[in-house]
Write a protein that binds this ligand. Structure first.
Ligand code: HEC
Length: 114
């Protein structure tokens, strides 16, 4: 009986983790803290798909935001809204951990005999 309730608890916990990654069907954006502000502010000029297709760090998103403000006539935001948006983007559209594979370890070189 204890085993079963533990299993059910684990199931519930894993579902709440999955629920944290819910996608808004209308915009395709991940629903998380700051989502409504991002949806409102960032789909005025273009599809939110542009966000989904991009990945960047906090600084990278800040640069994109500033670029749109300086070149595309995007309104300036108050500090609180800007931080909310950037935190949302940096968390949910962060760069993936990519990089070179680890170098191969050669344990024994083959001797070439001429
Ligand atoms: C005032 C209009 C406007 C608003 C508001 C706006 N953008 Fe943009 N954004 C643009 C334009 C114009 C482009 C260039 C589109 C293109 O290249 O087709 C662009 C491009 C982008 C790109 C692609 C950049 C690249 O390097 O290719 C991303 C990502 C982006 N916007 C994210 C956002 C986010 C996040 C927000 C909300 C914080 C936002 N946009 C709000 C006008 C806007």
């Amino acid at each position: 009986m204890i085993q079963l309730s533990r299993f059910i608890l684990m199931l519930l916990m894993s579902q709440s983790i999955l629920a944290a990654q819910t996608i808004d069907p209308q915009s395709g954006l991940i629903i998380d803290s700051g989502f409504t502000v991002v949806k409102k502010q960032c789909s005025v000029c273009h599809s939110p798909q542009l966000i989904i297709q991009n990945k960047a760090s906090y600084q990278g998103w800040l640069a994109t935001l500033n670029w749109m403000q300086e070149n595309q006539g995007m309104q300036s935001l108050n500090q609180q809204t800007e931080t909310l948006i950037l935190n949302y983007l940096a968390k949910n559209y962060a760069p993936e951990q990519t990089g070179r594979r680890k170098p191969l370890v050669v344990e024994q070189w083959k001797k070439l005999t001429p």
